[in-house]
Design a protein around this ligand. Structure first.
Ligand SMILES: [Mn+2]
Length: 245
């Protein structure tokens, strides 16, 4: 199987378009197509960026209608899902931009996008195990001993990463560097933590290069393991990028 795995898009639809063009996809009827390859998404397709709902439409179309791609949810997807279910969620940390787009729609369009996203979210696994277990795609990554398992612990890990329950002085959750101690045979491709350049450690690939914070939108070509990026048009926000030693 030949895949192009795309990092956190966060509503950066134009950057996504540019990236797929660079990857050799042809856009037909507002959808990227390639004769030999499929797209995969590491989650967090919405929030903060300018065109979150367009990304929902597109990922729904690729994954659910054409059955020609893979998607796993991120923490932002989980929160939007709960918002669409009518749960009491805080419309902050970027969700406000997606909700503003949604509130601008007519009633019929609202129902349509809400139902699509709910269906996409509920149909998608917490993480994908692909290519005869050689490849795992999970939003915030996954530990070796959680692969193949389900449940709340797995859900928390793949959505939020290896969190300790403590918070940093800036209010963000403390995340352990699980990749550093990963020694499994499967390649793990993930996003969630913005880094200036893709971070490759022990057969794990963090491809969230902070498109929505003015970094790049990155794709990992599998099985070639080639990294391809396009620069973002968003303003650069230095402090959003995590540095690793
Ligand atoms: Mn995330």
């Amino acid at each position: 199987m030949k895949l192009d795995i795309i990092g956190d898009i966060h509503g950066c639809y134009e950057e996504f378009k540019q990236l797929t063009n660079k990857l050799g996809y042809e856009w037909i009827d507002d959808c990227p197509l390639h004769s030999e390859r499929k797209l995969a998404f590491v989650g967090d397709i919405t929030d903060r960026g300018p065109q979150s709902l367009k990304m929902v439409e597109l990922v729904y179309s690729i994954v659910m209608e054409q059955k020609n791609g893979y998607y796993v949810p991120g923490n932002h997807c989980n929160k939007l899902y709960r918002f669409f279910l009518g749960r009491n969620v805080q419309v902050t940390h970027g969700l406000e931009t997606t909700v503003a787009e949604y509130e601008d729609l007519a009633k019929k369009e609202k129902t349509n996008i809400r139902e699509k996203f709910i269906r996409l979210y509920e149909t998608s696994p917490l993480y994908h195990v692909l290519d005869d277990k050689k490849l795992v795609i999970a939003h915030a990554g996954i530990k070796e001993d959680l692969i193949g398992k389900q449940g709340e612990k797995v859900k928390t890990f793949v959505l939020y990463g290896d969190i300790t329950g403590k918070t940093n002085p800036d209010g963000t959750p403390v995340r352990r560097d699980w990749a550093k101690t990963y020694h499994g045979p499967a390649t793990i491709v993930y996003g969630h933590t913005p880094v200036k350049d893709p971070r490759i450690v022990n057969n794990t690939y963090n491809i969230d290069t902070g498109a929505v914070f003015g970094g790049n939108l990155t794709a990992l070509r599998y099985p070639e393991m080639e990294l391809i990026s396009v620069p973002s048009s968003m303003p650069f926000v230095q402090e959003k990028f995590r540095l690793f030693e």
